[in-house]
Design a protein. Structure first.
Length: 325
């Protein structure tokens, strides 16, 4: 049908952003910024690496693409306001499939009054059959100071909001050619980030925070490195609190330890944060460890005092996902 009829059909299913004075259709969107500052982040999703069309519906892909970015906005303590989407796809891609992606994105954005307000489309290279989505999310801090990765201090409490290990569990199921249990597979197809927990943590005085897109150990490691501290996590609390739902059942069937998924599995988009010890944790946050001064080995993550890499290796896992690693 060509580029512009396709854009019209996709835009018709993309929803409306409450802060947009000008939405799709002009050379650029215009958004109101009540706080005067804009939180911005971008994620790229590549077919075959981040999603597979034989594993996920178009709406699943839309939900997942939006969630990956909206969670980063929440991790700064902000509320999402809009998405911009760049799309590259083969010329024979079904327009109905792309409409489904738009529907999924719109549904993920709707609770915040956010929506896709613009973007671009392009045909893929002639020798490429992969769909690529580049999604930029914008957010509003509502007067809060942004919560950075660099603010954790010795004595702080480490806490998590959201699920851990569910997406990795679902991926393990799909890789073996199964589609059940549905709870695990569904978690991989459509993550459930705890969006409201980010602004709540900022309001409660969180000193540092980030999204766990690459796994708890990996992303807590970024926070530890940027803050120059050691995050020491409690293995017993993590096992008792997060080895739940489908994780024990699937791990037993596959002969593994579900704690590996909890510590190293990505794409649940939980939030990990540090709080001063005197602060009452907001609803939905669970204490999982403490912050220490760095040792002679420098900053990093430990589990009951054992370095993260060693713990991951004992569980048969890498510490987390690293592109080009």
């Amino acid at each position: 049908m060509g580029e512009f009829p396709l854009i019209a059909r996709v835009v018709a299913r993309s929803g409306t952003a409450s802060l947009a004075d000008v939405g799709p259709g002009d050379d650029a969107a215009v958004l109101r910024t009540p706080d005067g500052r804009v939180v911005a982040c971008t994620d790229v999703l590549v077919e075959g690496r981040h999603f597979r069309r034989d594993w996920s519906s178009a709406e699943d892909v839309g939900h997942k693409a939006a969630a990956a970015n909206l969670a980063d906005v929440a991790a700064m303590g902000a509320v999402p306001t809009a998405l911009l989407v760049g799309l590259a796809c083969p010329a024979d891609t079904s327009a109905a499939w792309l409409e489904g992606v738009a529907v999924g994105m719109a549904a993920e954005c709707a609770p915040f009054g956010a929506a896709v307000v613009g973007g671009d489309t392009s045909a893929s290279a002639p020798d490429s059959s992969a769909v690529v989505l580049s999604v930029t999310a914008l957010g509003d801090l509502g007067g809060r100071a942004p919560v950075l990765r660099s603010g954790a201090r010795a004595g702080d409490v480490v806490a998590v909001a959201g699920r851990l290990g569910w997406s990795a569990c679902g991926l393990a199921v799909l890789r073996r050619g199964f589609s059940a249990p549905a709870a695990a597979v569904g978690a991989h197809r459509r993550p459930l980030p705890p969006y409201a927990a980010g602004p709540a943590a900022a309001d409660a005085g969180a000193t540092a925070m980030c999204d766990t897109s690459d796994g708890l150990l990996a992303d807590a490691g970024h926070l530890a490195a940027d803050s120059g501290v050691v995050l020491d996590l409690d293995r017993a609390v993590l096992r008792e609190t997060y080895v739940v739902g489908p994780l024990p059942q699937v791990a037993a069937a596959l002969g593994g330890d579900p704690l590996g998924w909890v510590l190293t599995g990505g794409e649940d988009h939980a939030l990990v944060a540090t709080f001063p010890p005197h602060v009452a944790l907001p609803e939905g946050w669970t204490r999982i460890g403490v912050v220490h001064e760095p040792t002679e080995d420098g900053p990093g993550v430990r589990v009951d005092g054992v370095p993260a890499a060693q713990v991951a290796a004992e569980l048969g896992e890498e510490t987390g996902h690293v592109h080009f690693g």
